[in-house]
Design a protein around this ligand. Structure first.
Ligand code: SF4
Ligand code: SF4
Length: 437
């Protein structure tokens, strides 16, 4: 497999790039799932009837890979309910009725004077990768591998989404400050801000950081999806290849989303954990698209109402962008820590042409930024040749959707890849069990 800058040219539709985020008032109710991250769900530490303030811990991190959850409103815990995550598992969710007073908990900035206390502070902040992955941020810093480069992901390559762009324009100081804080405790040689060339104002702000800090470089990249895919970004900014089964730290690199960086600085300064999130609200069905800073746990219905409601019944509502976003089953779904956008798309925006037979044109393989051949994967998956899928690299597919996007036969390649990946994972688990009997 070879890395490339193939990918696809997607329509930008960055309609909200010039609109600074507008803060939303506390809604009547918030729903806080205990799993808004990769890893074990947090454990509720409040009970029904408890009073909480903004910033009160409501669920504590549970185990080595987890993240705490804090109340985003002041009010009363009404119930602890089952919540179905997008991964298909039920976890507890803490439902809080707001009292409208927005009382803030008694919080103080964390004491940070060493690498260990910095990592502990990031863990306490409840921060997870805010670009959508939801990996607990502190775990990346806890690597025992030497780190040469820290890459700040400001690419934001999905259509519509501009919330990171606004962070880079409106809160560049926090990104600069996070770099300075991290540099005190880590021996990092270089900080590279990767940013697509369609974000002129944000590039100018990031260049100001580089002008005042010789360790910082701004790498302006072509706007080509999926420029922000972690492995793609590492390759395009450093030339390093993260092989299948390896992590960025294995090649001396850490990657953080630019908004994650800004939050690190805000938390160290104020002690206010992650309780609100700036998201792009857009799509053809939204009356007044904008960037909105909403308390985490706010229902999407409340968020869309804040944007004037719908001009027409949406055909599809997504968490995230049209390339990698996840369909939202109901407008009762809440804003999560890792939500960077919610899109309400019209029937025209979601129309998929009729599927025809594969014509073996090779476009999908030529498009894949990771050098995978999706047509070969589909053929072997459908034939039940599951072991072959590993040789074809199914485990490294990042589900970016470029192959489906460019297929002239409208084959559902990314969907097939998801199924093939799960089948290969199960196959290998069973094979390992058999071998270790
Ligand atoms: S792009 Fe579509 S039609 Fe062409 S080889 Fe791939 S699956 Fe077949
Ligand atoms: S979804 Fe997977 S196979 Fe398709 S282009 Fe993206 S990485 Fe390649």
């Amino acid at each position: 497999m070879a890395f490339s800058l193939h990918g696809v040219k997607v329509p930008h539709r960055k309609n909200t790039a010039n609109i600074a985020a507008v803060k939303m008032a506390s809604p009547a109710t918030v729903v806080l799932p205990t799993a808004m991250h990769i890893g074990a769900p947090a454990t509720p530490v409040v009970k029904v009837g408890d009073h909480v303030d903004i910033g009160t811990l409501v669920a504590a991190a549970n185990g080595a890979v987890s993240s705490p959850v804090y109340s985003s409103v002041s009010g009363t815990v009404k119930k602890i309910d089952d919540f179905l995550t997008s991964a298909g598992r039920y976890v507890p969710a803490i439902v809080i009725e707001s009292d409208g007073a927005d009382t803030v908990a008694d919080i103080t900035p964390p004491q940070v004077d060493s690498k260990e206390s910095f990592i502990e502070a990031v863990k306490l902040s409840g921060l997870v990768g805010l670009g959508g992955a939801g990996f607990p941020t502190y775990l990346k810093f806890a690597t025992d591998k030497p780190v040469e480069q820290l890459i700040i992901n400001g690419t934001e390559c999905e259509p519509y989404i501009t919330s990171d762009t606004r962070t880079m324009i409106d809160d560049a100081d926090s990104i600069a400050d996070a770099i300075n804080i991290i540099d005190k405790y880590f021996d990092i040689k270089e900080y590279i801000i990767g940013i697509e060339n369609n974000k002129k104002e944000a590039i100018a702000e990031m260049k100001k950081i580089a002008e005042s800090n010789s360790k910082v470089k701004v790498k302006v990249l072509p706007s080509r999806y999926p420029q922000g895919g972690e492995k793609v970004l590492i390759y395009n900014t450093t030339g390093k290849v993260v092989k299948a089964g390896c992590l960025p730290a294995d090649v001396g690199v850490l990657v953080f989303n630019c908004t994650t960086m800004a939050y690190i600085s805000r938390f160290i300064k104020t002690g206010m954990p992650l309780v609100a999130k700036t998201i792009t609200v857009d799509g053809g069905a939204v009356k007044e698209p904008k960037n909105v800073t909403a308390p985490i746990g706010t229902s999407l219905k409340d968020v869309f109402d804040f944007c004037g409601g719908f001009t027409t019944e949406p055909s599809k509502v997504l968490y995230g962008g049209p390339m990698m976003g996840i369909t939202v089953p109901s407008l009762d779904a809440p804003v999560l820590k890792q939500t960077n956008a919610v899109l309400a798309l019209t029937a025209k925006e979601t129309r998929i042409p009729a599927q025809t037979s594969c014509i073996r044109c090779g476009t999908c393989a030529n498009t894949c930024p990771l050098g995978i051949d999706p047509a070969a994967i589909a053929k072997n998956y459908e034939a039940g040749n599951i072991e072959v899928l590993g040789k074809l690299g199914i485990q490294v597919c990042m589900e970016c959707g470029c192959c489906s996007f460019n297929c002239p036969a409208a084959r559902p390649l990314v969907q097939t890849n998801k199924l093939a990946k799960a089948a290969y994972r199960d196959y290998m688990t069973n094979k390992n069990k058999e071998e270790n009997k």
